[in-house]
Each structure stands twice: as structure tokens, then as C-alpha cells.
Design a protein around this ligand. Structure first.
Ligand SMILES: Nc1ncnc2c1ncn2[C@@H]1O[C@H](COP(=O)(O)OP(=O)(O)OP(=O)(O)O)[C@@H](O)[C@H]1O
Ligand code: SF4
Ligand SMILES: [Mg+2]
Length: 322
């Protein structure tokens, strides 16, 4: 099992200083592993720390605490050639295909950015690699000389994917790659990512706002709430038997296609505002909105632990388990 792990995130923290005295705990003690060839979905409301987590895992943000271990090596200790090798191996696809492509560069040059930075190919080999990448993502070589504004949202996201793939990465953080797209296009991009994963043996951390989006693509799913990971399980377990009150509420909000079931179903309303991640109180971050909250929940942060095989949860309701 251990041999199969590509990336291990241990007690990762990323804090931002706000003003003179305050600390914003964007990611606060988050742990998970991703196996080779696997997709781990990461979901949670806006501002819960998904992007910060993804960027810290990639080393784009310096961690405040904890470790990111890639192929058995702590990335914080990498230097020189090894550091460049990691930045080649670990790529990102961004949420907004409009903002993430430089409007003044041709599509070919955008895709070749990583190839140029790492000095992988030049001349004809570089051009051929650009053509190959365009075809891999469902575009064609005539597109190489055009500019981003000439493309639709879905096509731009394909360009973003080609750019990430150019340096033959092993691991890709897909940061809400379909949220900005029309619903009709979303499935096409998800299917493209699934196809590429199989062909190129890729490992994904797939970030999304809501659970319905990650269900199709993820082997396992982690749920974040206000900087912490509250639940992590296989997709099937998480959907069929959510343990954390927050996950239960998120799932109850997803409409079921069958109108008979949908009509009789009870929605769990999430009451109260998402609290601020600045100087959080010591207890469970979900306490103000939780219908099971008890005094203990105000006092101490529940431990994130495995309560059933491969099913992790951070909630005092499960303190007696294991
Ligand atoms: N560079 C930064 N400086 C200060 N605070 C930041 C910075 N980046 C993010 N934050 C804060 O950290 C918290 C988590 O932000 P993050 O962007 O990671 O959330 P997210 O889950 O990706 O949200 P969304 O779904 O809206 O993309 C937010 O409160 C945000 O305001
Ligand atoms: S620890 Fe308490 S407040 Fe937090 S989710 Fe569990 S029951 Fe609710
Ligand atoms: Mg984000």
C-alpha cells in the first residue's frame, strides 16, 4: 500500500498574517494521502481553504507548518535540480480559463511555457510537441498561432490543460477546472480529464465547490470546513454514509433526479453564517451551525481520525469510536 502512495500531506498549515495582530488560518492541520493514479476530490464552501491547500501542496505557498511528501521526499527540503524536477512533476489547472491565459501570447507559446522554462525542447521538436498537445486535448494544430480571446471557455480550459501537460507531470491540482464553464461543457472537460488520467497515468487533486461535481471523477473525497478537513472517505462511502454533520447537510442540498424521492426528502438547512477564519476559537469550527453541538464542541477541536476503515472524520460524536 505504502509503495502506491504518491503524495502525503501531514498536518499541513498555511496561515496568513492579517493586520498587526491577527492570523488567518486558511489551512489548519490538514492531512491526507493520494495514491498513484488516483483522484482525490476536495470540496467545501467558498473560502474554506481549498485553493490555499492545493497551492501549498504544490510548494507555490510556503507552508506555515506540516509536511508535503512527494514520492517519499519532503518537498520543503528540495533544492536546485530536485526542486525544478518537482515543479515539473506537479502542475496546476486553474478555475478561470479567461484570467489564467496571457491574452498577448499565442496559444502555442502559452502551452510551451513550461517546455521553455525547463529547456525541454526547441525548434521543430518544440513545435511538434505543441501540435501533439493540442491534439491530445481535442484541439488542432491550426490553433497554435491564435490568441486566447478567439476561443470559447471550454476551449480555453483545454488550452490550460495542454499547458499543464506539456512538461509531462505526474500530479495535477485541478482547482475548480469546470466551475466557470457552462453546464453543457462541464461534462466534456471532466471526461477529457478522466481520459488523460488513464492515458498518462496521472494523479489528481480535484477541487470543487459542491459534492455533485466531484462524485463522478473522484475515488475518494475530502470535505473541508473553515481551514480544516472534517471528513475523508471513498466517494461511495461519503455519499451513502456521510458521518460528519456538515457533510450530511451538504449532501442533503443536492437535488435527486427522481421527483418522487426529491419531494419527500428532508433538507438539512445550514443555519448561521460561515464564521471568519481569522483568530478562530478553540472548539469545532462548525459549532455555530451544527444541530448536534454540545458544550464539549465549544471547548476543543475534534481529532481527525479513522472511525471506520478508510473513513476519517473530525467530530466529537465519534469520540468513543476506535
Ligand atoms: N494570499 C492571501 N492572503 C491573505 N488571505 C488569503 C490569501 N489567500 C487566501 N486567503 C484567505 O484564506 C481563506 C481561504 O481561501 P481560499 O482561496 O483557499 O479558499 P477556497 O476554498 O479556494 O475558496 P473558493 O471556493 O472561493 O475558491 C479565505 O479566507 C481567503 O480570504
Ligand atoms: S464536533 Fe460537535 S459541533 Fe462539531 S460537527 Fe461534531 S457535533 Fe457538530
Ligand atoms: Mg479556490
Amino acid at each position: 500500500m505504502k509503495d502506491n502512495v504518491l503524495i502525503e500531506v501531514e498536518h499541513l498549515k498555511k496561515y496568513f498574517k492579517v493586520g498587526k495582530k491577527s492570523i488567518l488560518k486558511a489551512v489548519d492541520d490538514v492531512s491526507f494521502k493520494i495514491n498513484k493514479g488516483e483522484t482525490l476530490g476536495l470540496v467545501g464552501e467558498s473560502g474554506c481553504g481549498k485553493t490555499t491547500c492545493g497551492r501549498t501542496v504544490l510548494g507555490l505557498y510556503e507552508a506555515t507548518g506540516g509536511k508535503v511528501i512527494f514520492k517519499g521526499i519532503n518537498i520543503q527540503t528540495l533544492k536546485g535540480k530536485d526542486k525544478r524536477e518537482f515543479s515539473k512533476n506537479a502542475q496546476i489547472i486553474f478555475q478561470d480559463p479567461y484570467a489564467s491565459l496571457n491574452p498577448r501570447m499565442t496559444v502555442g507559446d502559452i502551452i510551451a511555457e513550461g517546455i521553455d522554462i525547463h529547456g525541454i525542447y526547441s525548434g521543430e521538436k518544440r513545435t511538434n510537441r505543441i501540435y501533439e498537445l493540442l491534439e491530445l486535448v481535442g484541439l488542432n494544430k491550426e490553433h497554435a498561432s491564435r490568441f486566447p480571446h478567439e476561443f470559447s471557455g471550454g476551449q480555453r480550459q483545454r488550452i490550460g490543460i495542454a499547458r499543464a501537460l506539456a512538461v509531462e507531470p505526474k500530479f495535477i491540482v485541478c482547482d475548480e477546472p469546470i466551475s466557470a464553464l457552462d453546464v453543457s461543457i462541464q461534462a466534456q472537460i471532466v471526461n477529457l480529464l478522466i481520459k488523460l488520467q488513464k492515458e498518462l497515468d496521472l494523479t489528481y487533486l480535484f477541487i470543487a465547490h459542491d459534492l455533485s461535481m466531484v462524485k463522478h471523477i473522484s475515488d475518494r473525497v475530502g470535505v473541508m470546513y473553515l481551514g480544516t478537513m472534517v471528513e475523508l472517505a471513498t466517494s461511495q462511502n461519503l455519499y451513502e454514509k456521510p458521518l460528519h454533520p456538515y457533510t450530511q447537510a451538504l449532501l442533503s442540498a443536492i437535488p435527486i433526479p427522481d421527483p418522487n424521492i426529491e419531494r419527500d426528502r428532508k433538507r438539512i438547512m445550514l443555519e448561521g453564517e460561515v464564521p471568519s477564519p481569522i483568530n478562530p476559537k478553540p472548539g469545532c469550527r462548525f459549532v455555530g451551525r451544527c444541530r448536534y453541538a454540545k458544550p464539549k464542541c465549544e471547548e476543543s477541536l475534534p481529532e481527525f481520525k479513522e472511525v471506520e476503515k478508510n473513513h476519517f472524520v473530525a467530530c466529537h460524536l465519534y469520540d468513543e469510536k476506535k
